[in-house]
Design a protein around this ligand. Structure first.
Ligand SMILES: Nc1ncnc2c1ncn2[C@@H]1O[C@H](COP(=O)(O)OP(=O)(O)OP(=O)(O)O)[C@@H](O)[C@H]1O
Ligand SMILES: [Mg+2]
Length: 367
């Protein structure tokens, strides 16, 4: 599967753009602020119906304009797949495949699998557990439609349970049996979520380890571990034990909404002790493992978007990464860089052919 043509109108800095890509390696160069990341974001919209940077659709409309349109012509199994995404201020987002609007945007997820590696993803390593849960969920959702429904059901029950805890506190009374109605559902959905996450991580870890060792040439040892309160005992019992605390703080302190992934390097937390380059290598290994995981379970090879890959990595690691990802096995690849000569030299070292584009003043030019 690959993106053949991308057309945009009024998307972020671009008034208009029409570009044909290579099914293999595409390199986009331009100075800071010229719109390299925005171009990748437009491609991301076509796969995920949203931006990977700004979740508020209307803020992705070019300033002082009323709408944006992003369209992509894909080739998938020798068939054309045309995707249309239109956003008007104050109106519902329109998303169509071959001119037919989707009933639910969620039905589109997984059709055009894509992995993006961007400097913004460093939050996966540096921020709180929510980012890491989103990372796991994002991957599982792309290959398991039921999982998304399960997550939505769990979150609904969780907010009902939290609302009830708040109500008890406000009205100064408590009835355990009322809470137990929600507990039953929380356990039912939460246990399934836990089991699916556990299974996912078990398969994911060896792929991740392989990629990290390859990028770092075995210089440091890293590990990844799934951590869940549900590993400490029976979910129902854990909920019952926490009732006193939950009543006091007025929200649910136990459940899969507290799950996390622990990232370590040589036995220490990478977030605290890893260098920036090591943290970035960790992120790359996570994303490349995501790619392999999706590829092995999708009917098509995902697209790979690598934004600013040269940032914070030494030339050995960049070279290893390019050699790995641009050899054809990774399918269609998009790479951005600020330095044309550097990226041309690095690709040249491995005889990697590419289609090279430069962006300047909101226009794209093929070199
Ligand atoms: N809604 C919008 N309307 C108009 N311009 C926008 C909008 N959103 C972002 N921009 C502009 O897009 C530009 C940033 O583009 P982008 O982040 O893609 O640059 P870049 O080439 O990736 O830069 P860098 O090398 O620094 O990463 C900025 O100049 C910003 O003002
Ligand atoms: Mg950028």
């Amino acid at each position: 599967m690959y993106l053949d043509q991308l057309s945009v109108i009024n998307f972020k800095n671009y008034p208009e753009l029409d570009v044909f890509f290579s099914p293999e390696v595409n390199v986009i160069v331009g100075d800071n602020g010229e719109g390299k990341t925005n171009l990748l974001d437009a491609i991301f919209y076509l796969s995920f119906c949203k931006s990977f940077l700004n979740p508020i659709d209307s803020q992705n409309i070019r300033h002082n304009e009323k709408f944006f349109v992003v369209q992509g012509k894909f080739k998938r199994d020798k068939k054309n797949v045309n995707i249309y995404c239109g956003v008007k201020r104050g109106k519902k987002k329109q998303f169509k495949k071959n001119k037919k609007a989707y009933e639910r945007l969620a039905d589109h997820i997984g059709l055009l699998p894509l992995v993006v590696i961007s400097p913004a993803d460093m939050s996966l390593v540096s921020d709180g557990s929510e980012m890491r849960r989103k990372f796991m969920d994002g991957i599982i959702c792309q290959i398991d439609k039921e999982y998304l429904n399960l997550l939505m059901a769990y979150n609904k029950v969780l907010s009902q349970r939290n609302a009830l805890l708040k109500m008890f506190y406000k009205k100064n009374y408590f009835r355990h049996e009322e809470l137990e109605v929600w507990d039953m559902l929380l356990v039912q959905h939460g246990q399934k979520i836990h089991d699916l996450r556990e299974k996912f991580i078990e398969n994911f870890i060896p792929v991740f380890q392989k990629h990290y060792n390859h990028i770092s040439k075995g210089k440091e040892e890293v590990s990844l571990k799934y951590s869940s309160q549900l590993q400490k005992g029976n979910f129902w019992e854990l909920l019952t034990d926490a009732v006193g605390k939950d009543r006091m703080v007025q929200y649910s302190t136990v459940g899969t909404h507290k799950d996390d992934l622990h990232f370590n390097m040589d036995g220490y937390l990478i977030k605290k002790y890893g260098s920036q380059g090591q943290q970035k290598s960790f992120l790359l290994a996570l994303k490349l493992a995501e790619f392999d995981y999706l590829k092995a379970r999708s009917e098509t090879t995902p697209m790979l978007l690598m934004d600013d890959i040269c940032d914070k990595l030494d030339s050995k690691r960049i070279s290893t990464l390019l050699e790995l990802t641009c050899n054809g096995e990774f399918g269609q690849v998009f790479i951005t860089d600020t330095n044309k000569e550097r990226i041309e030299r690095l690709l040249g070292e491995h005889n990697i052919e590419c289609k090279l584009f430069s962006i300047e003043e909101d226009k794209i030019k093929e070199n």
